[in-house]
Design a protein. Structure first.
Length: 100
């Protein structure tokens, strides 16, 4: 009887250890799945940001190419900075929004 009791206790201990080990493995697997989910979500956000930055880079390169053109720079300065040619006078007109 004592021998059976020891065998029963030993098998019970092994079963309990297996249950604990299974719980630890399931927890570890759950953590990995959760981190994979977070990483994939972050990857999707970064890819969207990459597309936006690529579009912005392309626009900036186009502006840089335009700034190499002297005629464009002159037109831009005349339009936004009131750059005048020699002998020209600037007359500022009121906005249409001020008239009622």
């Amino acid at each position: 009887m004592a021998k059976q009791r020891r065998k029963f206790k030993k098998s019970r201990l092994i079963g309990f250890a297996c249950v604990i080990l299974s719980c630890v493995m399931l927890y570890s697997m759950g953590q990995r799945v959760y981190h994979y989910y977070l990483d994939s979500k972050q990857l999707a956000e970064l890819e969207a940001q990459k597309v936006t930055l690529e579009e912005e880079r392309q626009k900036l390169e186009e502006q840089l190419d335009l700034l190499d053109d002297e005629n464009y720079v002159t037109r831009y300065a005349r339009k936004y900075w009131v750059f005048t040619k020699e002998g020209e006078k600037v007359i500022t007109l009121p906005d249409d929004n001020t008239q009622q």
